[in-house]
Design a protein around this ligand. Structure first.
Ligand code: ATP
Ligand code: MG
Length: 589
């Protein structure tokens, strides 16, 4: 069942920019070759039917996390909203760190979130490494027009020449090389005639610019590294800051949305594309970069390097461990995709950095699952309840609605008999004030069944209560005229001891015990929550045995649970707790 939980769209500065652009018909002249290309390719194409083009450009060097989910929802969401297209582009210009496993998991995550890079006959799935030949040609063009040169300073000298935030840089002695010499050297760089690091290709801009990023940034470096797609075809690789604007321009991107760290790179982004436009490589309107503040969530880390550390040092059971803030982990945990989309929308888009409380994410999960998850009963920490006046061999059937707000989902049958399981915490020998559930002499309703009155209890050898005794008030069965004849304040769930099977249930909690892991301790490993996972054998209602992998349920009064998609077997489901019914973090047990 689909739930439309998206809050009414709140406008934000990127929506305002798009509205203004579209109102001015800014993109009317754009043409599209049907695939990425240079100006000549697009000119030969047709008017671009996409009103805007955005892109999500992950580097395939890890699994995506909640921050990436935000970026996916923003970019794909805007494209959907405005009649545009969003490209999934693997920014794989860096050899060695990138792997096919990550490519596959990223494609999977985007689809699972409910977004499509294939739409109306267009498939916008791209690899930046497919553009290497173009990027090389653009570099030659920059050399030919006097906007790039080969520098042969060592890395250390280059740092020295760059200057500081307060002091201007100095021109490299190689800056005045002729176009012919630069071209010859650059071609030899490509041909593999030099050792790694011997030369770099740099843009010729301004070594005195107050923006250090404009002090002749590097465009290409020599690096012999095996690439996951191009193999050993290249021994020079483009720098990220050079490659990224070119990828956007080749793909006809209109709004290139990134996080604030890239704000200082924007002048170079524009410089590069304007020079290549002037050289006839691209057409106006050029893509524009817009920066927003990255998503930070308390109790969560969103650095791939640190997530990788958790996996390789085995603090978690893999990238998709249900405690991980990866999309794969949240999926396994039972967070539905609409909850992540709701969270992305609700947390807004702005330029001011800040932290979102993890509870906001959990609330989105609750809201979506409350609407979509069918109700079931599980007793997580069972003790026996014996109904002493109920006939030994009798079994009757009680009816429980699958969803209290959606009667059309029907009812299910719960067998009821003399011996039941109830939650340990639903009985107290000497209850605290305000406790309305079972204690000797008190009455509660067994939901969908009868009111019972507690008459006693028994302890096991260790002194723990193991059995509670009660009598049934036979005229109070739910759904009969006598149901309201006895008023009670407590209402507890139960399962028939004879017919209810056991199932493994994993109770997950937050992976870190502090809101900013590593901030105060200096080492995020020290801040891991020691009890973030416990596995129990719960009693579950018979219908849960056939739960399909990834089916979500509300276990009444206990929380939202999902049948684990990896470890569940036919007839032997394993349930993961996605979230409790209420925010209980930090409150005493
Ligand atoms: P990490 O620092 O974890 O390696 P990254 O930003 O280097 O992340 P990329 O694969 O380069 O990872 O990111 C792809 C896209 O996701 C980029 O456009 C980036 O801006 C965006 N993104 C990454 N983290 C966040 C975040 N926390 N909030 C919003 N967007 C993010
Ligand atoms: Mg990155």
């Amino acid at each position: 069942m689909s739930t439309d939980k998206s809050d009414a769209h709140v406008t934000h500065f990127i929506r305002n920019i798009i509205d203004t652009d579209l109102a001015a018909d800014k993109f009317a002249p754009r043409r599209w070759a049907g695939r990425p290309g240079t100006r000549a390719d697009h000119d030969a194409g047709t008017p671009d039917v996409a009103r805007i083009r955005t892109r999500f450009p992950p580097e395939p060097n890890g699994y995506l996390h909640i921050g990436h989910a935000k970026s996916i929802c923003l970019n794909f969401g805007l494209a959907e909203e405005y009649g545009g297209r969003c490209h999934l582009r693997f920014d794989d210009t860096n050899p060695e760190k990138e792997e096919q496993e990550y490519v596959d998991s990223i494609i999977d995550s985007v689809k699972w979130l409910g977004f499509a890079f294939e739409r109306e006959g267009e498939s916008n799935l791209y690899y930046a490494s497919d553009y290497f030949e173009w990027m090389y040609r653009f570099a030659e063009r920059l050399i030919e027009t006097g906007h790039a040169y080969v520098d042969s300073l060592s890395a250390e000298q280059m740092r020295e020449y760059r200057g500081t935030l307060t002091e201007p840089g100095r021109d490299s002695p190689y800056r005045s090389r002729s176009v012919e010499e630069n071209l010859a050297l650059f071609r030899d760089m490509r041909a593999g005639k030099f050792a790694d690091g011997a030369h770099v290709l740099r843009a010729k801009i301004d070594m005195a610019s107050p923006n250090i990023n404009l002090r002749d940034p590097a465009l290409y470096r020599i690096k012999r590294g095996h690439h996951h797609r191009t193999g050993d075809a290249w021994c020079i690789y483009p720098m990220y800051t050079y490659a990224h604007p070119l990828e956007d321009a080749l793909e006809n991107i209109t709004h290139s949305i990134c996080t604030l760290e890239f704000e200082d790179q924007r002048p170079f982004y524009d410089w590069l594309l304007e020079h290549l436009r002037d050289a006839g490589m691209f057409a106006d309107p050029l893509p524009k970069q817009y920066e927003f503040s990255r998503l930070n969530v308390t109790y969560v880390i969103t650095s791939k390097r640190h997530l990788n550390q958790l996996v390789t040092e085995q603090h978690v059971e893999g990238w998709d461990d249900p405690r991980m803030p990866t999309i794969a982990g949240m999926r396994r945990r039972g967070y539905p995709p609409d909850a992540l989309r709701l969270f992305a929308e609700r947390t807004g888009v702005s330029k001011s950095p800040g932290w979102i409380d993890y509870g906001v994410l959990e609330e989105c999960v609750r809201e979506c699952l409350n609407a979509s998850a069918e109700r079931r009963v599980a007793v997580l920490d069972p003790i026996k309840l014996v109904l002493t006046n109920y006939p030994e061999d009798q079994v009757e059937t009680c009816l429980a609605p699958n969803h209290p707000q959606q009667p059309e989902l029907g009812k299910r049958e719960l067998p009821f008999s003399r011996e039941l399981w109830i939650e340990r915490e639903d009985f107290f020998v000497a209850p605290p004030k305000g406790y309305f559930r079972l204690f000797p002499g008190n009455k509660v309703r067994l939901r969908y069944a009868y009111v019972v009155e507690c008459t006693g209890f028994e302890r096991d050898a260790s002194g723990k209560v193991c059995t509670v005794f009660a009598t049934v008030l036979m005229e109070t069965r739910s759904g009969t005229p006598g149901a309201d004849s006895v008023k009670v304040k407590g209402n507890i769930h139960w399962l028939c001891a004879k017919t209810s099977p056991r199932a493994a249930v994993r109770l997950y909690d937050r992976l870190f015990k502090v809101p900013h892991p590593g901030r105060e301790s200096g080492n995020l490993i020290d801040d891991l929550h020691p009890e973030s996972k416990s596995t129990i054998e719960a009693v579950v209602e018979p219908a849960l045995l056939t739960a399909a992998p990834e089916a979500s349920f509300q276990f009444e009064r206990n929380g939202y649970f999902v049948a684990d998609r990896i470890d569940s077997r036919p007839g032997r489901p394993v349930f993961n707790r996605a979230v409790t019914l209420k925010d209980s973090w930090g409150s005493a047990p």
